[in-house]
Design a protein around this ligand. Structure first.
Ligand code: NIG
Ligand code: FE
Length: 430
C-alpha cells in the first residue's frame, strides 16, 4: 500500500519526539534525556495534518514514499520538537497594569492592591469597556507573539468580565480568535476569579450568579471546556470553590484550579476528589499533597513566571513534585498582573533554576505534560505517527540551548497541523 506524504523535514540534528515509550513520570531520575525520545540525524514525514512517520533520516526512503508532490524542508542539522503547549494563560484582556507594576516596585503587594479594588479588578473594568472585536484584535496580536516562541496551542481563561455578558463576551472573543489564528485555543471559564466590586458585600449573590446564570449560559453556547476557580484568601474559599466546580461538572466542564498560590487552602484533596484535569501554581503545596497528586489523574502545573514577577521567593517545589512522580507541566500564566510575558522557553529556564526541575523535565513540561493538563495528550505534545503535526524547528543544533540560552528566541520555523505558519508568510514577503 503506497501512501504519499505531503511534507518531509530532513536533516534534523536532534529530534525530540517526547514519546511516552522513552520514559514516564518520575522514573528517570537525573538521566538527561529520559522521556525526550531523542533521535539523532532524523527525519519526520507528515501526511495532511498528522505525523505519518518519524525516525532516522537514513531510513526515510524505505519507510515513506516521497514523491514530486512532497514538500521537503531541510532543518539544517537543527532541533525539531513538538510545538510548545501553554496550558495556563489569561491572553484575552484589555488595558495595562504598568502603573500597578510601578506601585508594586515601590512596595505595595499584589494582595493589597487587589483588596483595594485594583489588580484583577482594574483589568475587569477595562475588559468590560472593551468591545468583543477589540478583544479579538489584541488576542490575535498576542497569539502571533506566542507563535513566535514556538507555541502552537494556548489555553485561555475568561475571568476579567465577572458579569454574565462580559464573561460571555470574553469567551466569544476566545472562540473567534481561535477561528482566525493558526494557534489553537482551549477555552476555560474563570468567572470565579474574584468577586466583582459591586457584590463584595453580597458574595452569595455572586455565587448564585456564577452557578445559576453564567455557567448554564457558557455551557449552552459550548464556550468552554474547563471550569477554573481562584481558590485563595481574598478570592474564593474551599467551600465556595467546591460549589462552583461541582456546578461546572454537572454541565460537562472539567475542573481546573488556581491552587495553593499565595496561602495554603488544602485544595488539592478537593481537586483530586472532583477529578480536576490540573492544579496550577502550587507554591504552598506540601509533600502529602504531592504524593496524592502522583496517584491521581490530575496534572500539576507550575507557573514560575508569576512567582518571579510578583517578587516572591517561594516557588512551587518542583523537585519534590517530580520526585513524587507527578506529571508536571510548566506554563507562562500570561496575564497583565502577575506575569506579563509570553516567553514560555524563559519559563522553562526559571523552572530549572527556581523550581528545581531538570531541563529534560522542563521540556516535557511544556509539551507532553502541558498537553495532558488540557486533556489533549492523545493529539498533541509528542511527535509520533497519528499525532497532530504541530512542529517546532529551532535555530540551534542543541536542544539544551532552548533553556540554557535564556530570554532568547530560538524559533526557526513552526508548522501547525502540517502547514508552515512561522515565519509568517506576510513577514517573509517584506
Ligand atoms: O494566575 N491568580 C489569579 N489570577 C492570575 C492573575 C490575574 C491578574 O492579576 O490579573 C494568576 O496569577
Ligand atoms: Fe492564572
Amino acid at each position: 500500500m503506497s501512501t504519499t506524504v505531503d511534507l518531509v523535514i530532513r536533516n534534523i540534528g536532534q529530534l525530540l519526539t517526547m514519546s511516552p515509550a522513552s520514559g514516564g513520570r518520575g522514573d528517570a531520575g537525573a538521566d538527561p534525556v529520559a522521556g525526550l525520545g531523542l533521535v539523532l540525524d532524523a527525519a519526520v514525514a507528515v501526511q495532511g495534518d498528522l505525523i505519518h512517520w518519524a525516525g532516522k533520516d537514513q531510513d526515510l526512503a524505505k519507510a515513506v514514499p516521497v514523491t514530486d508532490q512532497t514538500k521537503i524542508v531541510d532543518a539544517g542539522g537543527c532541533v525539531v520538537m513538538p510545538g510548545l503547549v501553554d496550558c495556563h494563560t489569561h491572553t484575552v484582556f484589555a488595558g495595562s497594569r504598568a502603573q500597578e507594576f510601578a506601585r508594586r516596585i515601590s512596595g505595595a503587594s499584589y494582595e493589597e492592591i487587589l483588596a483595594k479594588g485594583g489588580g484583577i479588578l482594574s483589568t475587569v473594568q477595562a475588559t468590560r469597556e472593551a468591545s468583543c472585536d477589540s478583544l479579538v484584535a489584541t488576542a490575535l496580536q498576542r497569539l502571533h507573539a506566542f507563535l513566535s516562541f514556538g507555541v502552537t496551542t494556548v489555553e485561555v481563561k475568561s475571568g476579567y468580565g465577572l458579569d454574565t455578558d462580559s464573561e460571555l463576551k470574553m469567551l466569544r472573543a476566545i472562540r473567534e480568535a481561535d477561528k482566525r489564528h493558526s494557534v489553537d485555543l482551549v477555552p476555560t471559564f474563570l468567572g470565579a476569579h474574584t468577586v466583582p466590586l459591586n457584590l463584595r458585600a453580597k458574595r452569595e449573590r455572586y455565587l448564585q450568579l456564577l452557578i445559576e446564570e453564567m455557567l448554564p449560559a457558557v455551557a449552552e453556547e459550548n464556550l468552554a471546556r474547563f471550569c477554573d476557580v481562584f481558590c485563595e484568601e481574598g478570592a474564593f474559599s474551599l467551600a465556595e470553590t467546591r460549589r462552583v466546580l461541582e456546578a461546572g461538572l454537572e454541565l460537562g466542564l472539567r475542573p481546573k484550579l488556581h491552587a495553593e498560590q499565595l496561602t495554603r487552602s488544602g485544595s488539592i484533596d478537593l481537586a483530586i476528589e472532583l477529578g480536576a484535569c490540573s492544579v496550577d501554581h502550587l507554591e504552598q503545596i506540601n509533600e502529602a499533597d504531592a504524593t496524592k497528586l502522583a496517584d491521581a489523574k490530575t496534572t500539576a502545573v507550575m507557573l514560575p513566571g508569576a512567582t518571579y514577577f510578583l517578587g516572591k521567593s517561594q516557588y512551587a517545589p518542583g523537585r519534590m513534585l517530580a520526585d513524587a512522580g507527578c506529571s508536571l507541566a510548566v506554563s507562562t500564566d500570561f496575564n497583565p498582573g502577575s506575569c506579563m510575558s509570553q516567553n514560555l522557553p524563559l519559563m522553562l529556564n526559571m523552572a530549572c533554576i527556581y523550581n528545581g526541575i531538570f531541563p529534560r523535565e522542563a521540556l516535557l513540561g511544556a509539551t507532553r505534560w502541558a498537553a495532558e493538563a488540557l486533556d489533549l495528550d492523545g493529539a498533541i505534545g509528542s511527535l509520533l505517527p497519528g499525532k497532530q503535526a504541530d512542529i517546532l524547528v529551532l535555530n540551534t543544533p542543541d536542544y539544551r540551548n532552548l533553556i540554557y540560552q535564556f530570554g532568547a528566541n530560538h524559533t526557526q520555523m513552526v508548522f501547525k497541523k502540517g502547514k508552515a505558519v512561522w515565519p509568517r508568510p506576510s513577514l517573509d514577503r517584506r
